[in-house]
Design a protein around this ligand. Structure first.
Ligand code: GLA
Length: 398
């Protein structure tokens, strides 16, 4: 069976099982069913909160939501995969609790209430086939999926952009990660076979063909998630903010990292100190790399695209220091493979996946080879995902 058929049948199964679970629990059919996807990012890492550009895309792995109004003020949330239920009343103060998955949803409900949305009680069942902790943004899919579903059933007239921003704010306030906008934007705005070039300052965006010719995107999942993720992420944000303040003092013409160049940074090397210099230098170069990568993609210059991806990894690992031994190993292991044009860690870092630009047809051999080496060194099973670039958050209609 070809891969797109397998993927379609996985999607159908997810929808069926989520719907059936809803019906068993609430004795009626859901009023609304939606699918909210995870994302990949071709290039542009840790620059969404630095006024950079990013190049993400939604993928064919989803969280499915089955939702109905229940005509009272209670909300019933069922996480099917965890076999957990959480109830709360809309009239009570909404604040973070100590169950992580609940916070993603409460954060969104809180935002909606703040905006004066006319919410009423609802029942929801959700279930996912996005691997958790793999850096594929299951959290953004959860935030945006619930935002999208509530927007539909309560007719809130929110735009896609608002849904993405609400998701991001929810992550800041109820989850504690000061994330950028990339993940939520990609989840909501994804389009089949298109990558999104997003200007993270203006939120203007354009779609580019996700056509890699004889190459495909292969994700290798390290199967590790280091606890540093939240603190490491927020630390990086603070470091670059400090760096930018110093740069602005010396160069008043600089408003954001986008106005900054490598020469300015080297002039300021001493004042910035080693650490801030490294961090800022990564950001400035990464912003440029995204521009170059878009040109390479448009010109079908996949060798160059691959090189840029590998340069990004080096920067993330050595200058931004958000990689880890396991991911560095996976990336280094494919460096001399003729069938691999580029490889890098993807997402926030400290674990998760690498994204690889790989010759079509060579994927299985590569997976087998790297998995063996990885198992020998770390004693961990490597996972691999062949993903397809797909549509963003959407309603499912029978
Ligand atoms: C996480 C965040 C994003 C982005 C990436 C790194 O996925 O949620 O906003 O900063 O890390 O590029």
């Amino acid at each position: 069976m070809d891969i797109s058929k397998i993927n379609n049948s996985m999607k159908k199964k997810l929808i069926q099982s989520t719907t059936a679970h809803f019906e068993n629990n609430f004795q009626n059919s859901p009023e609304h069913i939606s699918l909210s996807p995870g994302r990949i990012n071709i290039i542009g890492e840790h620059v969404d909160y630095n006024d950079g550009f990013v190049l993400p895309a939604a993928i064919n792995k989803y969280i499915c939501f089955a939702v109905s109004q229940n005509h009272n003020s209670e909300c019933v949330l069922i996480a099917k995969d965890l076999n957990e239920t959480y109830r709360f009343d809309l009239n009570d103060e909404i604040k973070p609790v100590n169950i992580m998955w609940v916070n993603y949803i409460l954060g969104v409900v809180h935002q909606l209430k703040e905006k004066g949305a006319d919410l009423k009680g609802f029942n929801v069942v959700f279930s996912s086939n996005i691997p958790m902790g793999a850096g594929l943004s299951s959290s953004a899919a959860l935030e945006c999926g619930i935002g999208y579903a509530l927007n539909k059933i309560f007719d809130l007239h929110l735009s896609k952009k608002e849904i993405a921003l609400i998701g991001q704010k929810s992550e800041h306030t109820f989850v504690g990660v000061n994330c950028g906008i990339m993940d939520q934007f990609a989840s909501v705005f994804g389009k089949k076979n298109k990558v999104i070039k997003l200007d993270c300052t203006s939120l203007e965006y354009e779609y580019h063909k996700a056509d890699f010719n004889n190459y495909s995107l292969l994700l290798l999942d390290s199967n590790v998630k280091h606890t540093l993720l939240t603190s490491g992420y927020n630390d990086r944000r603070n470091e670059v903010e400090q760096g930018l303040e110093i740069i602005k003092e010396k160069f008043p013409e600089v408003a954001t990292f986008r106005d900054c160049n490598e020469k300015m940074l080297s002039d300021l090397k001493e004042t910035l100190g080693d650490l801030l210099y490294k961090r800022c230098n990564f950001v400035v170069k990464e912003i440029q790399r995204v521009q170059d990568a878009v040109a390479a993609l448009e010109n079908s210059n996949f060798v160059q695209l691959g090189q840029l991806m590998s340069e990004t990894h080096l920067g993330l690992s050595q200058e931004y220091e958000v990689s880890c031994d396991e991911i560095d190993f996976m990336v280094n292991a494919v460096q001399n493979e003729k069938t691999v044009l580029g490889s890098r860690m993807m997402g926030g870092g400290f674990g998760g996946c690498s994204i690889n630009l790989v010759e079509k047809g060579s994927e299985n051999d590569l997976i087998e080879k790297i998995a063996k080496q990885y198992k020998t060194v770390f004693g961990i099973e490597l996972k691999a995902y062949k993903v397809k670039v797909s549509k963003g958050t959407t309603e499912y209609k029978k």
